[in-house]
Write a protein that binds this ligand. Structure first.
Ligand SMILES: [Zn+2]
Ligand SMILES: [Zn+2]
Ligand SMILES: [Zn+2]
Ligand SMILES: [Zn+2]
Length: 213
């Protein structure tokens, strides 16, 4: 199967970039927009990147206000990428020692260039790495505490069976043997029980536990 790596959009200016170029672009795009504001409602935000360390195709670029807690960020990550059955999660960092309390505010741990590690579900764990890239002072829409600047577009994985079409379902029984990602056609002839199937969704947790998007 031949396909082009899908491009991802910068939500500040709507331009599209490859996953290699998007991070750099957003930094410049933000810089252009950051002006010295006298508005009293202006807040300090950090520009962060959340990535799956094992599959760089999955990423989120976010602006997060300095008063946001790790608990809020945890909730955000669960909503967009992770929540299947209410598993436990944690943030940790080499610099700050082991687990960091969920009540911690971003401003107390933000250091440009630093990274945090995040784990969702201590059984079938999804690991994420969070990097502080820069800071930004200003106002964002609706005064949200977390704003998405870019999210990777759907990752295309070819069908394990025919190799001709993108996979749309994952057989959780067969995926450990490398035969579980199936296209629309091949899923119809697949012998395993329907209950074993999970949809392919745009998340590093696709095909894990009961994650259905
Ligand atoms: Zn842009
Ligand atoms: Zn689960
Ligand atoms: Zn197929
Ligand atoms: Zn199967």
């Amino acid at each position: 199967m031949e396909y082009q790596a899908p491009k991802s959009k910068c939500l500040l200016c709507n331009s599209e970039f490859t996953s290699r170029g998007i991070g750099k672009h957003i930094a410049t795009c933000l810089k252009k927009r950051s002006e010295i504001t006298t508005n009293k409602l202006a807040q300090k935000y950090y520009y962060i990147c959340v990535k799956d360390p094992y599959n760089k195709d999955y990423f989120l670029f976010l602006l997060i206000s300095e008063t946001t807690t790790l608990d809020d960020l945890d909730g955000f990550l669960r909503d967009i990428w992770l929540e299947c059955c209410g598993h436990m999660s944690s943030f940790s960092s080499r610099r700050w020692g082991d687990e960091i309390s969920m009540n911690t505010k971003i401003k107390n741990i933000a250091n440009i260039g630093n990274t945090l590690n995040y784990q969702y579900d201590f059984g079938s764990t999804t690991e994420l790495v969070i990097k502080f890239i820069g800071d930004y002072r200003g106002l964002i829409d609706d005064r949200q505490n977390i704003k998405i600047l870019s999210r990777n577009s759907q990752v295309i994985v070819p069908c394990d069976k025919c190799g001709n079409f993108p996979a749309v379902q994952i057989c959780t029984e067969c995926q450990c043997d490398g035969n579980g990602w199936l296209c629309k056609k091949c899923v119809q002839n697949h012998k395993c029980d329907d209950e074993m199937l999970l949809p392919v969704v745009n998340s590093p947790r696709t095909g894990v536990c009961g994650y259905g998007g």
